[in-house]
Design a protein around this ligand. Structure first.
Ligand code: DGY
Length: 325
């Protein structure tokens, strides 16, 4: 008998066929996020769950006594309670590697759009205000040869560094607990203390996973250390930046602007002051949202799921749960 799994998100025919070869499955086909009550009902007799984000709690686990694996369709897995999963011997997997270039591209989009004010000026053109653009206040900020400070030199940080150094002749600094000499050599990067990076950078990018240590890593003190015209770019997790402190810093001119793909609360509240600021560019957490990357993530998640319910070893078990694999 095939193991039972539940897929909590629409996926392509190709990925569905792959799962169907190995598993008996049910799938949530609606575009909106699956409501908790339906999810709780569907996981009652399954061994595997494939889902973009799972808020795993004791009551969630109680609903699914046969669950062996949660296959997350994302690289970040801050919503998984890995201690709880370890206690119940439930494997958790994620989807690294396949989205690195895609997220790095989006980050460059935010850098370019916030510095060259692309979305703001797009509105000017469309609103028929072209003739007002002679005002020097419309002059924007060069990206090429500027200094980019990357906080967190993982795989995505490395792809951003490559684009910055090799494509835009930028001076690239990074802050990472572990030195990355091979990346330093490859792209001419310099490792700095957090304080020096904040002081020297024209663009500061946060690219760290969300953990207890990185929660509000950038707060009022860090924002004050940045240059007055520096731009903060965040495409990792909203909670890495203290949003209240950021709003204050932007209102008071402590920093120059921001490019944000992520927010402390998502979807962002329409009344959030960040959405009213001309010097803030926003996107709705779409770092990995290209057709190609999302398909590759779904396939990887499906491979992890199938391995987890058929006695194989999933390739991408999150590091905190590797001992269960
Ligand atoms: C990821 O894969 O972690 C992206 O941020 C989407 O959640």
């Amino acid at each position: 008998m095939k193991p039972k799994v539940f897929i909590a998100k629409p996926i392509s025919r190709q990925v569905e066929n792959y799962i169907a070869e190995h598993c008996e499955y049910k799938i949530w086909r609606e575009e909106e996020r699956i409501p908790d009550d339906i999810l709780f009902r569907e996981i009652q007799d399954v061994q595997g769950l494939m889902i973009p984000k799972a808020k795993v709690t004791e009551s969630f686990i109680k609903q699914a006594p046969n669950l062996k694996i949660i296959s997350h369709i994302s690289v970040g897995y801050d919503t998984l309670d890995t201690d709880l999963m370890a206690k119940h011997k439930i494997i958790g997997t994620h989807t690294p590697y396949v989205l690195d270039h895609t997220v790095a591209d989006l980050i460059f989009g935010l850098i370019l759009s916030s510095s060259r004010r692309i979305s703001q000026l797009d509105h000017y053109v469309k609103d028929g205000k072209w003739n007002k653009l002679d005002d020097p206040s419309f002059l924007s900020k060069d990206v090429h040869h500027a200094t980019l400070g990357i906080i967190g030199m993982g795989r995505i940080g490395e792809q951003v560094a490559k684009r910055a150094a090799q494509g835009f002749d930028m001076n690239v600094l990074y802050y990472n607990r572990r030195p990355r000499p091979e990346v330093e050599e490859k792209y001419g990067l310099k490792r700095e203390s957090m304080e020096q990076l904040l002081k020297k950078s024209d663009f500061v990018l946060t690219m760290v996973p969300l953990t207890e240590e990185t929660h509000h890593l950038i707060g009022a003190r860090e924002l004050k250390q940045m240059k007055e015209d520096a731009l903060l770019i965040n495409a990792s997790r909203g909670q890495v930046v203290d949003e209240k402190a950021l709003i204050h810093a932007l209102k008071e001119g402590i920093i120059g602007g921001a490019g944000l793909d992520v927010f402390e609360k998502e979807p962002v509240d329409p009344s959030n002051s960040l959405l009213k600021m001309d010097n803030v560019v926003t996107t709705p957490h779409i770092g990995s949202a290209t057709a190609q990357a999302r398909e590759a993530m779904a396939l990887k998640a499906a491979e992890n799921l199938v391995a987890g319910v058929t006695g194989g070893k999933p390739k991408n078990i999150v590091k905190e749960l590797k001992h269960l694999g």
